[in-house]
Design a protein around this ligand. Structure first.
Ligand code: AMP
Ligand code: MG
Length: 308
């Protein structure tokens, strides 16, 4: 447990810089933060939370200028960011080409969710770290979001490097998520009332109720399905196939992790699929053990391989 002072913030930043995970206070809920550029750090977030599938994570930045480096900006984005950042509002924007973010943080999508949090400690950590932080709620998957350091310690205490004690979260609700890849859409209601956003925009938001493709858990990934067809649990490549290996795999075009490390494999998953999909007709994938992060990897692979 680190205090929310200069020494605590500096210790948190040191841990984040080597790819460790630190729970940080935000005004919404405690976030489980990891370097959004570091695929292994992002993979560890899914591992620590025990998430059964890879959904894209919100990337936290210290200011509008940094957000503009990762998302394709628009007049609407500027208007909303000026009015409500720092604050409990997340904007989903087209991902800027050539960004150095881990492809796991966007779950391989070409959109990015960005937020500038209002908690002074979160902002101080972001400024000192001077990099983007992926930070979903700091609780085991399926459990209640944490609004106190003790909640985080109870759920994840033995799985993360540190918790920065910033007291109770002021808002206590996740951020409101607005999609700006098309007409402004409410993707998730949250800490900022949608009416305030509609008043500012002078128009109603499109509503994506639960069950829509965009918000239903487990369906988001279907936004990225490879062009190539897929064959899972392959031992070797058949004629016409390109092999994606795991562990020692003969004849693999690419390998998710030659040493069979699931964290490394998760970090490589979307990048390798994108790369092979540029030329492969059929991607054959070696079998991945179905435990720990392997469950989320297999979930994603099964959906990529599903008939369409
Ligand atoms: P959280 O678990 O609080 O980090 O919220 C993550 C949610 O934000 C996801 O389930 C999506 O609804 C949304 N989201 C995050 N990143 C993206 C993205 N790149 N494109 C679309 N929606 C996103
Ligand atoms: Mg959550």
């Amino acid at each position: 447990m680190l205090p929310a002072n200069e020494a605590g913030i500096s210790a948190a930043v040191t841990a984040l810089a080597v790819g460790d995970l630190v729970a940080i206070p935000t005004e919404t809920v405690y976030g489980l933060a990891g370097d959004a550029r570091n695929g292994a750090a992002v993979a560890r977030i899914f591992e620590a939370k025990g998430r059964p599938s890879f959904n894209p994570l919100i990337v936290h930045v210290p200011d509008i200028e940094t957000a503009q480096a990762y998302g394709v900006w628009s007049d609407t984005a500027q208007k909303l960011a000026e009015a409500f950042w720092p604050g409990p509002l997340t904007l989903v924007l087209p991902l800027r080409a050539g960004s150095n973010l881990s492809s796991l943080v966007t779950a391989g999508l070409d959109s990015i969710a960005l937020r500038v949090p209002a908690h002074p400690t979160a902002l101080a950590i972001l400024r000192a770290f001077s990099g983007p932080l992926a930070a979903p709620s700091a609780n085991p998957s399926g459990q209640i979001s944490p609004t106190l350091p003790a909640h985080v310690a109870g759920g994840l205490g033995n799985r993360i490097a540190a918790i920065v004690d910033g007291g109770a979260c002021g808002v206590g609700l996740e951020s409101t998520i607005i999609g700006l890849t098309g007409a402004p859409a409410l993707l998730r209601p949250g800490g900022l009332p949608a009416e305030m956003i509609e008043d500012l925009l002078g128009a109603p938001l499109l509503q994506h109720v639960a069950g829509d493709a965009i918000t239903a858990p487990g369906q988001l990934g279907s936004h990225y399905a490879p062009r190539a067809s897929m064959r899972l649990n392959a031992e070797t490549a058949r004629p016409g196939e390109t092999l994606l290996g795991f562990g020692p795999t003969d004849g693999a075009a690419l390998n998710l992790s030659p040493t069979g490390d699931l964290t490394e494999a998760a970090a490589n998953l979307f990048g390798h699929l994108h790369q092979l999909d540029r030329t492969a007709r059929i991607i054959a994938v070696a079998s991945i053990p179905d435990h720990g992060l392997g469950c989320a990897i297999n979930d994603r692979l099964r959906r990529a391989a599903a008939p369409r």
